[in-house]
Design a protein around this ligand. Structure first.
Ligand SMILES: Nc1nc2c([nH]c(=O)n2[C@@H]2O[C@H](COP(=O)(O)OP(=O)(O)OP(=O)(O)O)[C@@H](O)[C@H]2O)c(=O)[nH]1
Ligand SMILES: [Mg+2]
Length: 136
């Protein structure tokens, strides 16, 4: 008997504010990759574009209204239990005050401190790219 590995397409936001801080959220313990810090985002539903999913998820999860976004990186990663495609977008133009809408911990983290946080395995290239792009 074979069981197909779950595949998910995820819209992910690297939200950068004017103080050069990036918004991180802590995944609840019971979730996939629970306890790790993530960039806010979530699954793209079948009836929406990645941009629509990004806008919806950032509003639902962290109360941020995206005014515009730019494609930043596309990563496919195979976890033992799940295959993820992370469609990562840079968000510098947004409004609203960040809030953990799902009782999750959130933090604005300076670029210098980003490497101190524990991220899911798939996020390593994102970290490297952010640090290279913004010249840390
Ligand atoms: N949002 C987000 N997900 C990530 C990151 N890195 C990473 O491996 N993932 C994985 O991508 C998947 C995203 O799913 P999610 O749990 O955020 O989806 P969602 O918000 O739609 O959740 P829901 O299905 O509970 O409503 C998870 O398996 C998660 O482990 C990241 O930086 N941000
Ligand atoms: Mg999510």
């Amino acid at each position: 008997m074979t069981k197909l590995t779950k595949r998910v397409h995820v819209a992910v936001g690297v939200i950068l504010n004017n103080n050069k801080q990036i918004l991180l959220a802590k995944r609840h313990g019971h979730l996939h990759q629970g306890g790790k810090w993530e960039f806010p985002g979530g699954k793209v539903e079948s009836d929406e574009t990645v941009t629509q999913a990004l806008i919806r998820e950032l509003k639902e999860e962290v109360n941020i209204t995206v005014n515009s976004s730019a494609p930043f990186m596309d990563i496919s990663h195979n976890y033992p239990d799940k295959h993820v495609r992370l469609d990562i977008h840079l968000v510098t133009d947004f409004s609203g005050e960040a809030k953990g809408m799902e009782q999750q911990q959130i933090e604005w983290v300076s670029l210098q401190q980003l490497a101190d946080y524990d991220f899911p395995e798939a996020n390593k290239p994102i970290l490297n790219r952010i640090l290279a792009e913004f010249e840390i």
